[in-house]
Design a protein around this ligand. Structure first.
Ligand code: CA
Length: 411
């Protein structure tokens, strides 16, 4: 498939991707997709007959969030994506001089990508076996790194939706209580151990009623798409506060997401089998067919002066518990989900130390600092540093990606 729109070789936004987002230009917000370096205003598309074969209310395309668009359901939103794919081909509907200058095609640099969904609830899982094992070794007992429940259920907790922001929004270093080793009373001040967590998030695309459960077989129908997710964490605050009820202020001050929602349809080609689950899981967590995704992931730290260091190269395929199992577990007790809810994977760590998804693990509790190109070193993230995450899939010359998930830390 070739588009008449120029697509750079390394672009995340090929004709095979066509993710959904919301852009802002002054006071105007609209649903959009992107191909190459061109953003396509879906609201402006309604002034043409491109969507004539589907019932599409134009009001859902000029809102601050995609929730009402997503609520139209996959039969509509998938069709929108396929129509756009066809229309953007050489000789397709939009390959016509009359559409140039019609406000449909906008250079990506001219718009601001904003949070694409109104996030109702945010749940964070803990589904990477390598990550859970690393944390268990560092903080508990190397012989019993995984807690007894870990291999039987996708561990998770309810997070905070209000502080989830899109790529590009600076993060303020949080203050809080910490307890130094050997001390008898806590300190208060800015965290000294600000960390990232490399995660992927998925967006709920269909409501359930309270009392209803989603099976692993139904789960994909309820997942609209995926985005990159940096679950910022303050390790020193976390260590003092997390017993007995789990993470609180160490986690709820900020999370950064990539602003494009890559659809499950676009990711279908990149499905692969997940790790063998042993011991056997309970029947409600069993599933059929490949449910993991081969998504390459990277994390760079960029200093204020622009010195850049890749600190992690990982892959979403390492996840022990897949998204269908997470959703089945989340709803097995009748907990309802709503369109726009966000579920994150938990830190994604691979098997080798260059594939770990947090500074805590990369620097192994501070014992192996990262050397930066400017001669400084990092155990955690400094003020002025930008943490930059990327995610992309490649197969048979087809490439799709997630766009940037970047944020700079401010004092
Ligand atoms: Ca997390």
């Amino acid at each position: 498939m070739n588009s008449f729109i120029y697509i750079p070789d390394d672009s995340d936004f090929t004709i095979y991707n066509l993710p959904f987002g919301i852009f802002q230009k002054e006071n105007y917000f609209a649903a959009c997709t992107r191909i190459g370096d061109t953003v396509i205003d879906l609201y402006q598309c309604m002034s043409t007959s491109v969507f004539k074969d589907i019932h599409l209310e134009e009001s859902v395309l000029c809102q601050r969030y995609l929730n009402d668009f997503i609520a139209l359901g996959k039969p509509v939103t998938s069709k929108v994506r396929l129509i756009l794919q066809d229309a953007l081909l050489i000789g397709g509907f939009f390959d016509n001089d009359m559409f140039k200058g019609a406000g449909i095609f906008i250079p990506a640099d001219d718009v601001n990508m904003v949070l694409p969904i109104q996030i109702g609830d945010y749940t964070d899982f803990y589904s990477s076996k390598e990550h859970a094992t690393n944390v268990g070794i560092m903080f508990r007992d190397p012989a019993n790194a995984l807690l007894p429940n870990w291999l039987h259920l996708p561990v998770g907790y309810h997070g905070r939706a209000s502080s989830i922001v899109p790529s590009g929004v600076p993060i303020r270093r949080p203050s809080g209580q910490t307890m130094a080793d050997g001390s008898v009373k806590p300190d208060f001040g800015p965290t000294k151990q600000l960390d990232f967590e490399l995660e992927m998030g998925f967006v709920i695309g269909k409501n359930t009623e309270m009392g209803q459960s989603i099976s692993t077989a139904q789960a994909e129908d309820y997942i609209f798409g995926l985005m990159l997710f940096n679950d910022w964490s303050a390790r020193d605050i976390q260590r003092w506060e997390y017993v007995p009820l789990g993470p609180f202020l160490a986690k709820n001050f900020a999370s950064t997401i990539s602003p494009w929602i890559v659809t499950l349809e676009a990711l279908e080609l990149f499905k692969i089998p997940g790790p063998l689950q042993e011991p056997e899981v309970l029947p409600y967590l069993t599933y059929k067919g490949p449910k993991n995704y081969d998504i390459h992931l990277s994390v760079d730290i960029v200093t204020e002066q622009g010195h850049e260091k890749r600190v992690s190269t990982s892959n979403f395929k390492y996840m022990y518990w897949n998204m269908c199992q997470q959703l089945a577990h989340h709803t097995v007790n009748g907990c309802n989900v709503r369109i726009g809810d966000l579920m994150a994977s938990g830190t994604i760590s691979g098997p080798t130390s260059d594939s770990y998804g947090s500074m805590l693990e990369i620097c192994w509790k501070g014992t192996k600092p990262v050397q930066m190109p400017d001669g400084t070193e990092r155990k955690f993230i400094n003020d002025g540093d930008t943490v930059s995450m990327r995610g992309w899939c490649e197969k048979d010359d087809i490439r799709i990606g997630f766009g940037p998930c970047d944020a700079q830390v401010k004092r």
